[in-house]
Design a protein around this ligand. Structure first.
Ligand code: FAD
Length: 483
C-alpha cells in the first residue's frame, strides 16, 4: 500500500473498462460522461449493497480507484422520509451501516452517511470525482433516484447488478407469466453467475486522516449517532425497533450459518409448516443488502456437496432464493403498477369484481385486523407474530393475505391494506418479494381455480387446510409465548 503522500490530485489513467468488463461481464454497465479536469476521488454510491462480501459494486470501485490512483469514498444517502420506512426499518438499516463503516475502514475506505436525498447529496459528493460507481436496487424509488441523477450528472458512471444472481436484463426482458416461464431462463444462466467476488484488496491511495473531505456533504452524521436518536432526525415510529433481531453483515452471516447447520436438511419437506419453523429467516438481510444472494446460494451449494442428505433441502432453497426472488424482481421491473391493485391480472380483476357482492359471514374493520382481533386464531397468531417480531412465517403470509379476500368486500381495499400492513410492520417489507407476494394472493403468477363464493377463481386457502397439513398447535403455542 502506498503512503498518504502518494495522493495525486489528478488521475493520469482512465477507467479500466476492459478489465472491469472481463471480471463483471453482463453485471456491469458503463454510462459515458466527462470527468472533471482535476480528479480528487472515485465515489461509490451505496444504495442497495450494504456489505463487503460478494459486493460487485465495491469490488469494481476499488479496482477503478486503484487503477486511477485515486482514493475511494463510499457514500450513503439517508432519507428519513423514505416512503413507508419507520424506526423498525431504520434501526436495522443503521446497524448495517455501522457494520459497513467498520469493515470499510479496515479496507481504507471512509463511509460518509449523509442526511440527504440522492438528488441533493450526490451532485455535491461527485464534485471532483473521476467517476461514480453504484449498485442496483429494483424498487421504483431506487430506479427513480438513479434515473433523475443520470439527467443531472455529467461524469462517467459505472453501475453493477450486485444483489441478484442472474442480472435482470440477461434473464428476461419482459414480464414473466409465472415461475414456470422464468425458471428455464434462469437455469440456463445460473452457473455463469454463481461465482464469488474475489477478496477485496485494500485501497492503495488514502487521504491523510487530517485532510478534509474532497467534497462537502449536506449533513454528514455517523450512523451510530442517528441510531441513538432516530426521532431527532425525523424518522417516524409507526413501528418501533425490534429487540433480538439485528442488522448487518456479521449478523447475516450468523443467520446463514444457523440455517446451514439446523434447518437446511429439513427445508424441502418442512419449510411450509408454521409449527416447525424451518425457513432460513434470511429475507431481512437480503432486503437490506447485508447478504448477497450469491453468498447464500454458494454456501448452500457447498454444504450440500459435502453432505448428500442436504441435497433436497438445497434444491428447494435455491428455488426460493433464485427463481421466486428473481421472478419478484422481474415483476417489479416490468409492471409499473407493481404496488397497487392494478398489478392483478385482468381475468382476476374481472372475476374478483363479480364477487364483491357475495354474502360475507364475517367482516372486520382495519382496526380489528391490526389489533389481531378476528374470530380466526390462526390469522390472529400470524398478525401477532408480525407485530411482535417484524416477521411472519412464509406459509402464514399466504394465509394471512388470502383471508382478507373473505373479510373485506372490496378486494382493492384488501389489497391496499395488505400493502400497508406488510410494508409498515415487516422488517423485510417494501421489497419486490412483498409486492409480488401480495399480487400473488390475488392471482398474479398463478392460474384460475374452479369458481367458488368469495374467492371466485382465485386460489383459495382456509383454516381446515392448515390444520390438516401442519403442526398448527405448535405454531399457536410459539406465538403465545411472544410478548
Ligand atoms: C402476502 C405476502 C407478503 C410477502 N412479503 C414479503 C416481503 O415483504 N419481503 C420478502 O422478502 N418476502 C415477502 N414474501 C415472500 C416470502 O414469504 C418471504 O420471502 C419469506 O417468507 C421470507 O422468509 P425466509 O427468508 O425465512 O424465506 P425462505 O423460505 O428461507 O427462502 C429464502 C429466500 O428466498 C426468497 N423467497 C422465499 N419465498 C419467496 C417468495 N414467495 N417470493 C419471492 N422470494 C421468496 C426470499 O428472498 C427468502 O429470504 C411475501 C409473501 C406473501 C405471500
Amino acid at each position: 500500500m502506498s503512503s498518504d503522500s502518494n495522493i495525486k490530485p489528478q488521475s493520469t489513467r482512465g477507467i479500466p473498462k476492459d478489465e472491469l468488463k472481463r471480471i463483471f461481464g453482463s453485471r456491469i454497465e458503463f454510462i459515458p460522461g466527462r470527468p472533471p479536469r482535476e480528479c480528487s476521488h472515485v465515489l461509490l454510491w451505496v444504495q442497495q449493497s450494504v456489505r463487503i462480501s460478494d459486493n460487485h459494486a465495491l469490488a469494481a470501485a476499488v479496482l477503478t480507484a486503484n487503477t486511477m490512483e485515486l482514493p475511494l469514498y463510499a457514500y450513503f444517502c439517508l432519507v428519513p422520509a423514505y416512503p413507508g420506512a419507520n424506526a423498525r426499518h431504520f434501526a436495522f438499516l443503521l446497524q448495517g451501516l455501522i457494520d459497513l463503516e467498520q469493515s470499510l475502514e479496515k479496507l481504507g475506505i471512509p463511509l460518509i452517511v449523509d442526511i440527504a436525498s440522492p438528488k441533493e447529496g450526490i451532485p455535491k459528493a461527485v464534485k471532483g470525482a473521476a467517476c461514480l460507481v453504484c449498485d442496483t436496487g429494483y424498487t421504483a424509488v431506487q430506479r427513480l433516484w438513479r434515473r433523475n441523477l443520470g439527467e443531472r450528472l455529467s461524469l462517467p458512471r459505472i453501475q453493477l447488478e450486485s444483489d441478484i444472481v442472474v442480472p435482470s436484463h440477461q434473464a428476461s426482458d419482459k414480464a414473466e407469466y409465472s415461475a414456470a416461464t422464468l425458471r428455464p431462463k434462469l437455469q440456463r444462466l445460473m452457473d455463469l453467475y454463481l461465482a464469488p467476488v474475489s477478496r477485496q484488496p485494500h485501497i492503495r491511495h488514502h487521504r491523510r486522516r487530517s485532510e478534509p473531505l474532497p467534497f462537502s456533504p449536506i449533513r454528514s452524521v455517523p450512523p451510530a449517532a442517528v441510531l441513538s436518536n432516530m426521532a431527532e432526525f425525523g424518522i417516524k415510529d409507526t413501528a418501533g425497533p425490534l429487540t433480538g433481531l439485528y442488522g448487518g453483515e456479521r449478523e447475516a452471516r450468523k443467520c446463514l450459518d444457523r440455517f446451514l447447520s439446523r434447518n437446511l436438511r429439513h427445508f424441502h419437506d418442512s419449510r411450509n409448516d408454521p409449527g416447525l419453523n424451518m425457513q432460513s429467516e434470511l429475507s431481512p438481510y437480503l432486503h437490506f443488502g447485508h447478504l448477497s444472494p450469491v453468498t447464500a446460494a454458494l454456501a448452500v451449494m457447498s454444504a450440500s456437496r459435502d453432505e448428500s442428505e442436504l441435497k433436497e433441502g438445497a434444491a428447494a432453497f435455491l428455488e426460493q432464493l433464485i427463481v421466486r426472488r428473481e421472478l419478484a424482481i422481474n415483476f417489479c421491473l416490468h409492471n409499473p403498477s407493481y404496488n397497487s391493485p392494478e398489478a392483478v391480472p385482468d381475468w382476476a380483476q374481472k372475476n374478483l369484481d363479480e364477487h364483491r357482492g357475495d354474502e360475507r359471514p364475517e367482516l372486520y374493520s382495519r382496526e380489528q385486523l391490526i389489533a389481531a382481533e378476528t374470530g380466526d386464531p390462526y390469522w390472529n397468531a400470524a398478525q401477532k407474530e408480525l407485530l411482535a417480531t417484524g416477521k411472519m412465517h412464509g406459509y402464514m403470509r399466504m394465509y394471512w393475505g388470502k383471508r382478507l379476500i373473505e373479510w373485506i368486500p372490496d378486494w382493492r381495499e384488501a389489497y391496499k391494506l395488505l400493502l400497508e400492513l406488510n410494508d409498515t410492520y415487516s422488517i423485510d417489507g417494501r421489497d419486490c418479494n412483498g409486492y409480488a407476494g401480495i399480487a400473488w394472493i390475488f392471482g398474479r403468477h398463478d392460474r384460475p381455480f374452479p369458481e367458488r363464493p368469495l374467492f371466485g377463481k382465485i386460489r383459495p386457502m382456509g383454516a381446515r387446510g392448515l390444520k390438516r397439513k401442519f403442526e398448527m398447535d405448535l405454531y399457536l403455542e410459539r406465538i403465545s409465548r411472544l410478548s
